[in-house]
Design a protein around this ligand. Structure first.
Ligand code: AMP
Length: 566
């Protein structure tokens, strides 16, 4: 039997599930716990310990416990006493889940679907995939968390058509996704988020409320204060005030920390408010008004906070749906997807979207978008390109990601050259195809259509871009929209003007004989006007010069036509 497991590899907690008799089931460990804290304790000279026991070790040996490793995923940073990479540490957590699952189902499991935030970039997705492989899995699919959550909700409701927003506020990440369900076909219409925003930030804000000089605490004191802050935060989701006693906190002295719901609200408000912008952006991208949504689903442990629920209610003008267990929805969705891939569940299809546009650099340093932002993946798209210079022997393909009009303002993901036989400009035909596979990995193919020679670039080691950078890209594209457009319009007009100058020049030398002196003088003057207009960088002047040259070359055009006919 070939089982595929579904895994939610969370910042704070991880879960694993499998489809049994057509139903997604989350599997528990030997203690009956389904949530495994994503924490690893590295005891001196012994095997690493994962989960709840690792969390307990945090107050006695904080330097030996690694948690929230997901925040470093895809980066070159290393952590813990063994100086391991984020994927190596994540692999330890995954291996633990694998063991728990095998124990629960009584057979080996080797294939997995693993979820990631919708906003993870290529490097982060690949790191997640590698973590799975290091743990002994064949990773069948990397699935976006909000998609997984909506899937869990849809299967639960059995609804045929719905527009769903998933507000996912976890330990370390925030995502807002808008999905459309149409008779078993799932389409992600828009997604927006920040992988550096979550409940951890609220913990940090509570800690600095209690201990502004946090850096002066010993590592043990800091760890104990963090535990207390988290406990207070959790209790204040259900109580109006809470306090925690920390015995022997400072030598023989104890520390008592207390907090009220309204104090917590004040402390966490600026953090929760940051989610508003992402919601607005996703709605705008999906071209939907809040009232056009059928459902808003809350996912992630931090959505238990009353202030988060109030904020969501305000943004979307409705009561959010809290029916699925916010900790488990993503894992259940991953398990459903695993079931679909294994053939144990049918009638559901999953479609995801690209968070940023992908394209390449063309003449004049312009960004030429091949796959627009928020396109449904998997996707394949292509365009035909040619040369701008005679006898050009190669074309450089620069793969870009971003929302800006000029190539230089976007991120360059990769570059390669495709060579071809020398030919007059405009003759070679190079087909470029972009394909994003179901795991969100980009394959770029360039083919010389004459010889069939081709080159392929797989963007597995795409530039390591932080998620603040993704947000900055979106913000910048809005902020600079006007000047970007002006520059693009100018560049396009200038390219056309240069092309026209070259054409007129060559015709003048070839068929100058048939022209009158006045005509020749007029054209020469119009050309010099055009050159000056180009140098002045004034769009209006270029436009005028274009019209003048057009007018002056009318006779010439007729002449050329006549020649051609003859
Ligand atoms: P997740 O990444 O979905 O596992 O969410 C974990 C985050 O949810 C952590 O920041 C937790 O502290 C937070 N969380 C879990 N339970 C609660 C609760 N009852 N009230 C507030 N936050 C919670």
């Amino acid at each position: 039997m070939s089982d595929i497991v579904g895994i939610d590899l969370g910042t704070t907690n991880s879960l694993i599930g499998v489809v049994e008799s057509g139903f997604p089931i989350l599997l528990a460990d030997d203690n009956g716990e389904r949530l495994t804290p994503s924490a690893v304790y590295f005891p001196d000279g012994a095997e690493p310990i994962i989960g709840r026991a690792a969390l307990r070790a945090r107050s006695v040996a904080p330097q030996r416990v690694v948690s929230s490793i997901k925040r470093l995923m895809g980066s070159a940073q290393r952590a813990g006493p063994l100086d391991l990479s984020p994927e190596e540490i994540s692999a330890l957590i995954l291996r633990q889940l694998k063991g728990n699952a095998e124990h629960a189902v009584g057979r080996e499991v080797t294939r997995a679907v693993i979820t990631v935030p919708a906003y993870f970039n290529d490097a982060q997705r690949n790191a997640t995939k590698r973590a799975g492989e290091l743990a002994g899995f064949t990773v069948e699919r990397i699935l976006n968390e909000p998609t997984a959550a909506a899937l869990a909700f849809a299967l639960d409701r059995g609804q045929a058509k719905a527009r769903i927003a998933v507000y996912d506020f976890g330990g370390g990440t925030f995502d807002l996704s808008i999905l459309q369900l149409n008779d078993g076909l799932f389409e992600v219409r828009a997604t927006n988020g920040n992988t550096q925003l979550g409940g951890d930030d609220i913990d940090a804000a509570i800690i600095s409320h209690f201990a502004p000089e946090f850096s002066e605490l010993s590592p043990e004191q800091a760890a104990r204060l963090r535990e207390a802050a988290i406990e207070l935060k959790h209790r204040l989701s259900f109580e109006e005030n809470a306090s925690v006693e920390l015995p022997f906190y400072c030598g023989a002295e104890s520390l008592r920390v207390q907090l009220t719901r309204s104090e917590l609200d004040r402390i966490s408000q600026p953090i929760i408010d940051k989610t508003r912008w992402h919601c607005a952006r996703a709605l705008a991208d999906a071209r939907l008004k809040p009232e056009e949504l059928d459902e808003v689903i809350l996912v992630g442990g931090a959505t238990r906070m009353p202030l988060v629920r109030d904020t969501v209610r305000e943004i979307f003008g409705r009561e959010p749906n809290t029916s699925p267990n916010p900790d488990e929805a993503v894992a259940i969705g991953a398990t459903i997807q695993a079931g679909v891939l294994a053939g144990a569940i049918s009638n559901v299809l999953l479609l995801d979207v690209t968070p940023l546009s992908l394209g390449l650099e063309t003449f004049g340093g312009l960004m030429n978008v091949i796959i627009p932002r928020n396109s449904t993946i998997p996707i394949k798209a292509g365009e035909m390109f040619t040369t701008a210079v005679n006898n050009q022997r190669a074309m450089s393909i620069k793969v870009l990601q971003g929302e800006r009009e000029m190539a230089r303002d976007n991120w360059q993901l990769g570059q390669f050259e495709i060579e071809f036989e020398p030919a007059p400009k405009g003759m070679p035909r190079v087909g470029v195809q972009f394909e994003i596979d179901a795991n969100g990995i980009l394959h770029v193919l360039a083919r010389d259509t004459r010889t069939g020679a081709e080159r392929v670039l797989e963007l597995k080691s795409a530039v390591d871009v932080s998620d603040e950078a993704v947000e900055k890209m979106l913000g910048d594209s809005l902020e600079h929209a006007f000047e970007d457009m002006t520059e693009r319009t100018w560049t396009e007009a200038a390219l056309k003007a240069e092309e026209m100058l070259r054409a007129v020049e060559s015709i003048m030398t070839q068929s100058g004989a048939g022209m009158s002196e006045t005509e020749r003088a007029q054209i020469t003057w119009a050309m010099s006007e055009m050159r000056e207009a180009l140098a002045s960088k004034t769009p209006a002047r270029l436009q005028r010069a274009n019209a003048v040259l057009d007018e002056a070359t009318q006779g010439l055009a007729a002449l050329i036509l006549e020649q051609a006919i003859r």
